[in-house]
Design a binder for this molecule. Structure first.
Ligand code: SAH
Length: 226
């Protein structure tokens, strides 16, 4: 019984260390690269990224790079998550679809800001783990589905914004159909294994306007691992 207060003190100390690591991450990796949206910066300060990476990676959770999360997949670099989130101009009240749940980190960052997050993952064990972890962290506005994100999640659409976090060779047309008027899709497009271009699509009066935002590198969008 005597050891209980010591464990508590150690846990508080560790939590404080993670909080400091997040502050530093936001300052040195995110603000320094030009992200200014206060909602995005606050969400990045808040989400406990170390709870969404494998135990063996906890010490690296706030490092400036992607990390392995098992099943050959990665959790995106914190800056990329902040950048993609800022690109959809997230606001309270929005309904957002994410393709490629992975660790659940991008979904958690979105869920801090918007009303509802729908996220689709094709690798079942990853999706199930993210769902459990996110629930454990108290997120009730994140909904995880296992399936091929090419099809989107039509039952809950249309969406204010759609974020694709795996690199596709083309924009899946079901996603365009599930986007609201005035909404945005952010998606890395390019050949497998090569550098891709991050593309922003905007739906205005039914027409799609495309902007190329520059080179990025993501794990591939797959169609066949179901
Ligand atoms: N957003 C994640 C990063 C994910 S990496 C995070 O924050 O951790 C990309 C993810 O996309 C991988 O988990 C991969 O399995 C998934 N993926 C690839 N193709 C997919 C598809 N067709 N549908 C849904 N998910 C897909």
């Amino acid at each position: 019984m005597k050891s209980l207060p010591i464990i508590l003190i150690l846990l508080l100390f560790q939590n404080n260390q993670y909080k400091e690591a997040r502050e530093k991450m936001v300052k040195t990796q995110i603000v320094s690269r030009g992200i200014t949206d206060p909602l995005v910066l606050d969400a990045m300060r808040k989400v406990e990224r170390h709870l969404l990476v494998p135990n063996s990676q906890r010490g690296n959770a706030y490092a400036d790079r992607p990390l392995p999360i098992g099943d050959g997949q990665t959790i995106s670099q914190p800056y990329i998550v902040a950048y993609m989130t800022e690109l959809i101009q997230p606001k309270k009240g929005m309904k957002v679809l994410e393709i490629g749940t992975g660790s659940g980190y991008q979904a958690a960052v979105l869920a801090e800001i918007v009303e509802e997050v729908y996220t689709v993952e094709i690798v079942e064990p990853l999706g199930k783990r993210a769902e459990k972890d996110l629930k454990g962290m108290g997120y009730e506005n994140i909904h995880v589905k296992i399936g091929d994100g090419y099809q989107g999640w039509p039952e809950n659409g249309p969406y204010d914004a759609i974020l694709v976090t795996a690199a596709a060779e083309e924009v899946p047309s079901p996603l365009v159909d599930q986007l609201k008027e005035g909404g945005r899709i952010i998606i890395p497009i390019g050949p497998r294994g090569k550098t891709q271009e991050l593309i922003r699509l905007e739906k205005r009066k039914g027409k799609i306007r495309e902007t190329n935002l520059g080179a990025v590198r993501f794990v591939p969008f797959t169609r066949d691992s179901l």
